[in-house]
Unconditional design. Sequence first.
Length: 118
Amino acid sequence: MGTDLHELTRRLIAFRDERDWQPFHGLRNLISSVSIEAGELLELTQWLSDAEIDARVRAPEFRQRLGEEAADILLYLLLVCEKAGIDLSECAARKIDQNAAKYPVERARGTARKYTEL
């Protein structure tokens, strides 16, 4: 399996600190950066149909750009969590458990309805 989130965070913090960028990484700026990068990810599929997106994702160049934008989001998110003292792996595991309780298989399978409507 790939590098875990803790190792990625360690490498990212070292990268940031080598460049003395920490003064620019306040929580508000980092959260804003997550949103900005998410917009760039969204831009890759703007105005495209699902079929067009499915066709493009087979192209190596598109997959590379998609991966780069997704990585930008992840890296900023890791910085947000590091700044706030949040263990993202732990929070994500807990969120999956919470969603499993809110969306039991027998009621949620095959529907996109919100848990309050199941």
